[in-house]
Structure formats: C-alpha cells, structure tokens
Ligand binder design. Structure first.
Ligand code: 9MG
Length: 283
C-alpha cells in the first residue's frame, strides 16, 4: 500500500480519504481579459475559495491541454503560472501542484512554492524526468495517446485498459530507475486524452484494475467532453455529471479527483464517506 501522506515541498497531502484537487487554469480564456495583474488577482481569489470549499490541493496550469489546443512558449507559460504560484505558496495552507510538461517550468514552480508536478505527458518531454527526480517532490504521471493538438483525431487501442496499464507501468519503472521513490508517484489514466467515449467509459468501468499498480490514482473527468456527449450539455452545465463521475471514480478506487466544482464534489464525497464509515460522520 502506498503512503497515506505525501510530502509536497513541506506541505502535507493526506490521502487517508479521497481528496479533491481544484483546477486553476491561468490561461487567457479562463479569466476575463483585465490584464495580467487583474487576472492574477482573480486566480488567487478563486484558489482561496477552493481551499475554503474543501480542496486538498490546487492545480495551477498555464497551457491548455484541451483537444486541439496549441502549445504556448516557455516564457509565456512561466509568466502565467509563476507569479500565481508564488502568492498561493504563501497564502494557502494546502499544497499547490503545477500542471506542466516543461522541465524549466517544473523547476521554477517548485522554487516558487509548488509541491507536486502534474504532468499530462508523464515526464516524457526532454529533460523532464531528470528534472522531476532532482526536485524531490511527488509526481503525477498521466496517460495520453498522441499530442493535445491531434490526439482526438483517431484514437485506437486493442484494449484500452491493458494499454493504459502497460504505459503507466513503464513510466513508473522509468521514474523509479531515475530515483523518484515509488511512494512519490501518482498515476492517472488520462480521461479524454486520445480516447473515444467508449475508451473513456471502459476505463472508468475498469478503473479498479489500475489500483494494482500500487500508486494512488488521480482522475480528471470534470466537465470533459465525454460528459457533454452523454448529457448534451455545455461545459458550464456539466456540474451534476461531473460530480457523478467523480463519485464513480472514487468508488472504483480514485484517491484524488481533479475538478472545477470543488464545493459540490466535496459535499458528495462527504456523503460517500459517511455511508462507507458511519462513525466518521461529523468528525
Ligand atoms: C491538466 N489536466 C487536464 N486534464 C487532466 C487529467 O484528467 N488528469 C491530470 N492529471 N491532469 C489533467
């Protein structure tokens, strides 16, 4: 069994019960166009609210990984995320993670106070694995088939569950060989990253199989297009579907759910926990 508590650059992430990771996208389309300083302030206010609402960690990202999104330059990504992480490192009691695949952003983010690396590219970018190992913080390795700009064009698998498991097994091995302790590794099947609706549903159905990897599972389903396909709703109207998906993921073994709607997800997980362990209710 993996350690219940992760040391995230001096702040603790306790995985003794399922946790919520709040999504903080610091991209121009995420906050109204009021200039950099106003956008930074709005991001900080949103993160503080997530902490109040019960998030256990806030994930800060400056490059969209949505299907079809174009890459941003290193300098642009640094300019977006580092000032926000610096402020959050001081103002939040909970840890901050950095959502990036670039080794330079990893380094500067951890120096600025972030405590976990969330890499949708599973540390495959040049220099990322060595950099992450040197930084000594927990890492989340996510499965993706292809690249964000093209990944949804024609995803195909013989067995999505087997292939995701094999990929994550290989990446865990690469990390351990590079000196990242097994107990500092989280894994994520990467819902929506090079997967059709059927692939995503098969993965969610069989999520429990990934527990055998021996690492905490992090899962992101919040407002994703698979929920739009199932409900016919636009992203902002997918709160109920997102919360249901988070609940299903936690029931199948997810330790962390990455969500936009923190308060709603925290409430539902409180109900789940109370039903599983009535003695915990009201603690
Ligand atoms: C950055 N990002 C977007 N979607 C994600 C997901 O499903 N998992 C993780 N770990 N990161 C994600």
């Amino acid at each position: 069994m993996w350690p219940m508590k992760l040391n995230c650059n001096g702040k603790t992430l306790d995985l003794g019960s399922p946790r919520v990771m709040g999504i903080l996208n610091v991209t121009p389309d995420s906050f109204s166009d009021g200039g950099r300083f106003l956008q930074r302030d709005a991001a900080v206010v949103q993160a503080l609210q997530m902490e109040k609402d019960g998030a256990a960690i806030v994930d800060v990202g400056g490059e969209s990984t949505r299907p079809g999104a174009s890459p941003v330059s290193l300098q642009e990504e640094l300019d977006r995320v580092i000032p926000v992480i610096e402020i959050l490192g001081e103002k939040l009691e909970i840890p901050v993670s950095v959502d990036t695949s670039k080794p330079e952003v990893m380094r500067e983010a951890i120096q600025a106070g972030a405590g976990l690396i969330n890499d949708v590219n599973a540390l495959r970018s040049e220099g990322a694995l060595v950099q992450a190992a040197a930084l000594g913080v927990p890492v989340c390795l996510m499965h993706m088939q292809g690249r964000p700009d093209t990944m949804q064009q024609a995803p195909r698998y013989d067995s999505v569950l087997d292939e995701v498991r094999a990929f994550l097994t290989e990446r865990i091995g690469a990390c351990v060989e590079q000196g990242i302790p097994h107990g500092d590794i989280l894994v994520d099947p990467g819902f929506g990253f090079g997967k059709t609706l059927m692939h995503n549903l098969e993965l969610l159905h069989g999520l429990g199989e990934l527990e055998k990897l021996g690492c905490p599972l992090l899962v992101g389903l919040s407002r994703k297009s698979m929920l739009g396909t199932l409900t016919g709703r636009e992203p902002e109207q997918r709160v109920a579907a997102s919360v249901a998906a988070a609940l299903l993921a936690v029931e199948r073994g997810a330790s962390i759910v990455r969500v936009h709607d923190v308060a709603e997800t925290v409430d539902v997980l409180k109900v789940l926990e109370a039903v599983i362990d009535p003695a915990s209710a009201g603690r």
